[in-house]
Ligand binder design. Structure first.
Ligand code: ADE
Length: 352
C-alpha cells in the first residue's frame, strides 16, 4: 500500500495536487510538496522518462490524448508522481482514485462518464479492482464505451454509452496480479526500479534546496545509502535528520550528523529499519534461517502478509538478504553477514 493517505477519488490539476490527503498528514504533505512537477525535474528512472518524453511529445504534436499507461514496482518509487506529471505535461485534469475505492459499477461509470477528452484517470492499486469493475474498464479503455446493464435475467438489456477519449494511468505494486485482459489494454507498461544511491543523493539535495536546509555532499550520500533505494524514504529521512540537526547542532547536515540521527531512528547502515531486521532475525531465530512460508512469518510477526510482500520483502530480495524458494523464504548470506550471524551451516548463533 502506498503510505500517503488519499481520498478514494480526488480531483485537481497536477499543478494543485489538491484534495489528495484524507487528513492533515504532516509527513505525507511534506513529501508530496517536494515532488517534481515536470519530467525535467524528475531524477532517475531514465529509460522510463525518455520513453514518456517521446510519447508525450508525439501525443501533444498530434493534438491527441496519450495512450493508457501502467506503472508497476515497489511503493515509494514515483508511480503517483509520474501520473500527476503526465497530466501536468498534457495540461489536463487528473482524477485520482484507487482499486479498493471502486466498489459498485456506479462508482466507475460515474467517474468515466464525467471525464473529458484528454483527462487522466489515475487508479492506484489497480490490482485490487473487483472483477465487475474491471470488466467495465475493458470496453472503456478499448472502445471508449461502457455498457449499462438494466433489468435482470432473461430481461436484461445493455445500453451502450459513449465516453470521451480519456487516458487511464494505472499503478500497482503487483503486476503479476493483473489479469491479462486488463494488462493488454495498456499501450505502455513501465517497471519502476529502485534508485541508485547517487540518484537518491540528487533527490535529497534537491529537497534540501527547496526547504533551505544546509546539507553537504557526504551528508546527502549518507541519507541516500540508507533510503532503501526509495525517494519517498529519502525525503522522510531528510525530515528526521533535519529535526535532529536543528535540535542538537547548528542545523547543518553532515555525514556524521546524518549517521547519528539515522542510527537513533533505528535505520542501520544498509537502510534496514526495525521491521526489516525483525523479519530477518525471526527467520533466523524461529525458523533456523528458513525456508518458512510468508503466512507463517506474518503470523509470527503479527503483520499483514501484504505488508511483508509489498513493502518489506522487495528491497530485501533485491539486496539478496532474503531468497524466495518454492518451500518458502530463506535468509541470504549477505543478511547473515550484515546482522552478525555465522554463515549457513555454522549454526544460528550471533557473532556480535
Ligand atoms: N522527489 C521524489 N522523487 C523524486 C524524483 N524522482 N526526482 C526528483 N525529486 C523527487
Amino acid at each position: 500500500m502506498d503510505d500517503m493517505s488519499r481520498n478514494p477519488s480526488s480531483q485537481g490539476t497536477a499543478k494543485e495536487g489538491a484534495g489528495v490527503f484524507k487528513e492533515q498528514d504532516e509527513e505525507a504533505r511534506f513529501i508530496w510538496n517536494l515532488r517534481p512537477r515536470t519530467l525535467d525535474e524528475y531524477i532517475g528512472q531514465r529509460e522510463v522518462v525518455e520513453s514518456l518524453v517521446i510519447a508525450l511529445t508525439a501525443a501533444r504534436n498530434r493534438g491527441e490524448p496519450i495512450d493508457h499507461i501502467l506503472f508497476h514496482g515497489p511503493p515509494g518509487l514515483g508511480k503517483t508522481t509520474l501520473a500527476h506529471i503526465i497530466a501536468g505535461e498534457m495540461q489536463s485534469r487528473i482524477i485520482h482514485t484507487a482499486g479498493p475505492a471502486l466498489e459498485k459499477p456506479v462508482d466507475i461509470v460515474g467517474i468515466l462518464s464525467n471525464l473529458d477528452t484528454g483527462e487522466v484517470l489515475f487508479i492506484d492499486e489497480i490490482h485490487r479492482l473487483s472483477r465487475t469493475i474491471e470488466e467495465y474498464l475493458y470496453s472503456a479503455m478499448e472502445d471508449f464505451e461502457v455498457n449499462f446493464i438494466y433489468g435482470k435475467g432473461a430481461f436484461a438489456r445493455t445500453l451502450p454509452y459513449q465516453l470521451k477519449h480519456f487516458t487511464l494511468v494505472g499503478a500497482t505494486t503487483r503486476a503479476g496480479l493483473l489479469t491479462p485482459p486488463l494488462r493488454d489494454r495498456f499501450g505502455m507498461i513501465y517497471h519502476l526500479d529502485y534508485y541508485a544511491p547517487e540518484e537518491l543523493a540528487r533527490v535529497v539535495k534537491r529537497s534540501a534546496r527547496i526547504l533551505g536546509v544546509h546539507l553537504d555532499e557526504e551528508g546527502s550520500m549518507e541519507i541516500a545509502r540508507r533510503s532503501r533505494g526509495t525517494p519517498r524514504i529519502a525525503n522522510r529521512l531528510l525530515r528526521r535528520v533535519r529535526d535532529y540537526a536543528e535540535v542538537t547542532a547548528d542545523g547543518k547536515i553532515t555525514q556524521a550528523l546524518a549517521d547519528e540521527a539515522l542510527t537513533r531512528e533505528g535505520v542501520d547502515r544498509a537502510g534496514l529499519d526495525r521491521l526489516d531486521r525483525l523479519y530477518l532475525t525471526t527467520i533466523l531465530e524461529n525458523y533456523r534461517g528458513g525456508p518458512v512460508g510468508v503466512e507463517a512469518l506474518a503470523a509470527t510477526l503479527n503483520e499483514e502478509t501484504n505488508t511483508l510482500v509489498d513493502v518489506v520483502e522487495p528491497f530485501l530480495l533485491k539486496m539478496g538478504f532474503v531468497i524466495r524458494t518454492p518451500a518458502g523464504r530463506r535468509v541470504g548470506e549477505p543478511a547473515r553477514a550484515h546482522l552478525g550471524y555465522a554463515a549457513e551451516g555454522g549454526g544460528q548463533q550471533r557473532l556480535l
